[in-house]
Ligand binder design. Structure first.
Ligand code: HAM
Length: 415
């Protein structure tokens, strides 16, 4: 029997691993400009962290966690998301004692036992951001704007920012009662999943994508009508700052999110290019999670983006952001040492160099340069070698010039 990667998992290599690196590179560079630092947390945690953090009754906790007992009899879970772990780390290391604002980002694999399809995997990667310690609505807007800038830098097109507010727990309880009352005599007409959600997590009925619920959901009570003045004011301010930062958004009053920890602002950045898995990046405010996990009341805001979904959306233009790339072609054993030494020196100057290990024909090596989509080829044949020279071919402009071997690093530095 042939061994294969397990269902919902995949190997990332060749062009895809370049895309992966590009995405996490752009994220790190931008987020650090906003003063965020990277945090790396373990891939597995005590199961109770996710039960308390994400909430029993959510799809993730009830159906999707990879939970196992280790040899010491402890219940462990492969992290299905990053926020709960980040909050655990924040409390465990008493970060709140040394700074009043904590700004972290992370990336790495997450695990959910979902039904795999394009853009949905059982092991997938997220890039996430968590800001702990401030309730100011400018934080919400600034981080949504940063998320949007990040996608813009990746040149991902046709995106829409959807925002909503789900208020605090008191307002939500009132709304939940009204919603349950409204759905009571309609629940048999809901999709099977929503009949379950009606019992466990009725707010999730609102953002179910199944068409059969359409009419029922359209006429449902609206969460915004149950919010208090302070909650409404917070949302108004978020919108004001989003306008200031020139982020175009749409208020979607059916957006509630699938994790329990959110309060007030929630948002998603969606595309219509990925079929049913159209949410590329999502998050919101979670002012009660730190307390729920055992700390003091600490406001917080964050989001996560699915790296594989971004990879599907990335067009090949990202290649343009690389530095110069060349193939160093050597012809005849006497040139090998010089060629390899030059390759080392060029690489240390930041130039990407591909070189053959065996003596191959000029034709074969030029073909490889073409396949690599290189900008230049350097050719050192026996005649050039004897004269301490080389030929530099500009493969894009189809020109060529001769240089002294010692001058080439200086020549290419300018590119
Ligand atoms: P989430 O909405 O569960 O939120 O996931 C965020 C993003 O991860 C999704 O929008 C999607 O792009 C990607 N994603 C989720 N599940 C899968 C999957 N099975 N396959 C591929 N990609 C997937 C969270 O995880 C929250 N922790 C976000 C957050 C951070 N909220 C506050 N801080």
């Amino acid at each position: 029997m042939k061994l294969k990667a397990m269902r919902g998992t995949k190997d990332i290599f060749a062009e895809d691993s370049k895309k992966y690196n590009h995405i996490v590179g752009v994220a790190g560079e931008l987020f650090e400009k906003y003063g965020l630092n990277r945090i790396i947390t373990p891939i597995f945690e005590e199961t109770s962290l996710f039960k308390r953090g994400i909430g029993e009754g959510t799809d993730i906790v009830d159906k999707e966690m990879y939970t196992f007992e280790d040899k010491g009899g402890r219940s462990c879970t492969l992290r299905p998301e990053g926020t709960a772990s980040v909050v655990r780390a924040y409390l465990e290391h008493k970060i709140y004692g040394s700074e009043d604002l904590t700004k972290w980002y992370y990336h790495g694999p997450m695990f959910r036992y979902e039904r795999p399809q394009a853009g949905r995997y059982r092991e997938f990667n997220q890039i996430g951001v968590e800001i702990l310690g401030k309730k100011d609505p400018v934080v919400d807007a600034e981080i949504i704007a940063m998320a949007y800038k990040f996608l813009e830098k990746l040149k991902v097109e046709d995106l829409e920012v959807e925002i909503n507010t789900i208020g605090g727990s008191e307002s939500r309880t009132k709304f939940r009662q009204a919603l349950v009352e409204y759905l009571k005599d309609k629940k048999d007409n809901l999709c099977t999943d929503c009949q379950n959600r009606y019992e466990k997590n009725p707010l999730r009925v609102l953002d179910c994508k199944v068409d059969t619920n359409g009419e029922i959901v359209r006429n449902a009570p609206i969460l915004m009508d149950y919010l208090n003045q302070e909650e409404l004011k917070h949302f108004e301010e978020v919108k004001k700052y989003l306008n200031l930062f020139n982020v175009k958004y749409r208020v979607n009053n059916k957006l509630v999110r699938g994790l329990d920890y959110y309060s007030n602002t929630v948002f998603e950045i969606v595309t219509n290019k990925l079929g049913s898995q159209g949410t590329v990046l999502a998050g919101g405010r979670y002012d009660n999670l730190v307390e729920q996990i055992g700390g003091k009341n600490t406001p917080a805001f964050g989001f996560a983006a699915g790296v594989e979904r971004l990879m599907l959306l990335l067009n090949n233009e990202f290649e343009n952001s690389r530095g110069i790339k060349l193939n160093l072609i050597w012809l005849g054993d006497m040139c090998k040492e010089t060629a390899f030494l030059l390759a080392q020196n060029l690489r240390l100057e930041g130039i990407q160099v591909d070189i053959e290990y065996e003596n191959k024909s000029l034709k074969a090596q030029m073909k490889k340069a073409d396949k690599n989509n290189s900008d230049f080829a350097i050719i050192i044949g026996e005649d050039e070698f004897k004269n301490n020279k080389l030929i530099l071919k500009d493969l894009k402009n189809k020109t060529q010039e001769e240089y002294k071997i010692n001058d080439i690093v200086e020549r290419l530095k300018g590119e």
